[in-house]
Write a new protein. Structure first.
Length: 247
């Protein structure tokens, strides 16, 4: 039997239109914008994008690499660790939080986000469609503060975590704001290690691999340093840098 020809798909003009600005706000770190693409009359799903100071951060079109960030960290933890505590650096479009909340093995889930607008888009705006169930999970806590400040404050009484999953930039070599570079410095990595339990995992999302960052992780005393790649439609793969704090 010969395959039957498929009827032509109706043209969805909305998919080719320029993005629509849903919200734009000025905050202490500059401008942050939520844009929408698509969502036309023919049923195409809207894609939401977050832009910070003119720099594209992420959108809701895929999410595989953000989810892998969390899965890879859990897989790298020692077997049998009960209810490991997780800190997610950057709420973004919510994919990392959704992945964490869908996994019953995680215990406490803290999400640190410095942009009030991003939190509001999830609680009261269009991104609630992605994250509402995860935000309602009793394990989830949203912490409205700068990630670097959060990691560096608190002293000996600060909470520790079994995994840090950080996604606040396009990578160690491509920061959203200049101040974020401190996270990947020796002092910043020392602050990450101080917030990790022995054997805890640091996972850092990046739009491209960074051999220099791998070396920085080793110099900071992390072990089992590796980089996992995630294929994308165009360009170099997204990656997750993984490292383990020694005992």
């Amino acid at each position: 039997m010969q395959p039957q020809p498929q009827p032509p798909q109706p043209y969805d003009a909305a998919a080719d239109r320029p993005p629509v600005t849903v919200d734009r706000r000025e905050g202490p770190y500059g401008e942050v914008v939520l844009r929408r693409r698509g969502g036309g009359e023919q049923g195409s799903e809207a894609v939401f994008e977050i832009i910070a100071n003119g720099c594209f951060l992420m959108d809701t079109s895929d999410g595989r690499s953000e989810r892998l960030l969390v899965r890879a960290a859990l897989d790298a933890l020692p077997a049998g660790r009960p209810a490991p505590a997780l800190l997610i650096g950057g709420l973004g479009v919510g994919f990392s939080l959704v992945e964490a909340a869908a996994e019953p093995r995680w215990g406490r889930i803290a999400v640190v986000e410095r942009e009030a607008a991003v939190i509001d888009w999830h609680r009261n705006g269009p991104l609630a469609a992605v994250s509402a169930e995860a935000l309602a999970d009793p394990r989830t806590e949203i912490v409205h503060t700068d990630l670097i400040a959060h990691l560096r404050t608190g002293g000996s009484g600060a909470p520790t975590y079994d995994a840090l999953c950080l996604d606040i930039d396009n990578g160690p070599d491509w920061t959203v704001t200049e101040d974020n570079g401190g996270l990947y410095s020796p002092a910043g990595l020392a602050a990450c290690a101080a917030r990790l339990t022995p054997g805890g995992v640091l996972a850092v999302w990046s739009a491209q691999p960074s051999a220099a960052f791998e070396e920085s992780l080793r110099n900071a005393g992390f072990t089992q340093v590796r980089t996992d790649e995630i294929a994308v439609a165009r360009g170099v793969p997204d990656v997750v840098h993984l490292a383990v704090r020694g005992a």
